[in-house]
Design a protein around this ligand. Structure first.
Ligand code: FES
Length: 283
């Protein structure tokens, strides 16, 4: 409390000192210094002119407009100083008002340009080949070879997907469950699965020993074509739309995610082919 009172006193005293100093300065703002000889002569002449009558003064002004040789050089010089000459804009430079106006307009322009650029960048179509685009994995035979070379599970990181073989012998069963964009790839013996677990989104790894996918987070299990075999997941692994083009290349559209098959779907009948990585499957 005492500190606050001291602070208030100090502030009041400082304000009083500043006010006193201001008054003192204003009272001392009188003309100082000495006038030059030329100024004194000009003043004298001005006093002489100001003693003219109105008519005489107008005549003097007319003579300035139409210079006459009758005026003494000092008179001529004095009267010419009274003529208003439009200042040269270049010489004067930019006024404060112009500067502020230009600053406001410039800043607004910059802001609008930045906003427009951001909107364009957002709307610009993506031609990249990463996740969200169509990814060409090459010839179907090459993809199958990659799968074999990687223990039957081919991981494609840029597409966040697993690619495995779909047994062609099961395709008739599959037609009853899967949609046309899925079947296009499956009929060629391939399936592209989204790596994200439909339970809570963990990345699901392969289990080489069981030849299933087994989620380490809460134990969901899926067979090699992503059909659910155990755990809390609400469905099989989601997958992508697939197609094979005229050149026989396998293309996965990672921008089109198709929900995994419902619980109970088991078109391939694949059982665990060895020990599970996270324990026995349980529905
Ligand atoms: S996130 Fe995979 S089982 Fe829960």
């Amino acid at each position: 409390m005492a500190l606050i009172i001291i602070a208030i006193i100090v502030i009041v005293l400082a304000a009083a000192v500043m006010m006193f100093a201001g008054l003192k300065r204003r009272s001392s703002e009188k003309g100082t210094g000495r006038l030059s000889g030329r100024t004194r002569r000009t003043d004298k002449q001005a006093r002489k002119i100001s003693s003219y009558t109105g008519r005489e003064f107008e005549e003097q002004a007319l003579q300035v407009a139409e210079p006459s040789t009758e005026l003494a050089p000092e008179e001529q010089e004095l009267l010419e100083t009274a003529v208003y000459i439009e200042p040269d804009a270049d010489a004067v430079g930019v006024t404060r008002r112009q500067f502020l106006n230009r600053s406001v307009i410039g800043l607004a322009g910059f802001g609008l340009a930045g906003f427009g650029g951001s909107v364009l960048a957002f709307l610009w179509p993506s031609f990249s080949s990463g996740f969200g685009s169509k990814i060409n994995l090459g010839a179907v035979s090459d993809v199958k070879q990659q799968i074999k070379d990687n223990n039957n599970f081919f991981y494609v990181p840029e597409g966040r997907m697993w690619v495995t073989e779909y047994p062609v012998g099961s395709i008739e069963k599959a037609r009853a469950t899967y949609s046309a964009p899925e079947l296009e790839g499956m009929e060629q013996g391939l399936i592209a699965l989204y790596q994200k677990c439909p339970h809570l989104g963990c990345r699901v790894p392969e289990c080489v020993s069981s030849q299933w996918f087994e989620c380490p987070c809460h134990g969901s299990q899926y067979n090699r074509v992503g059909e659910k075999r155990g755990g809390p997941a609400p469905r099989g692994l989601d997958r992508f739309a697939m197609l094979v083009n005229n050149q026989g290349e396998f293309i996965v559209d990672t921008g089109t995610i198709i929900q995994g098959p419902p619980i109970g779907t088991n078109t391939t009948g694949q059982e665990a082919e060895g020990p599970n990585c996270i324990g026995e499957a349980s529905e």
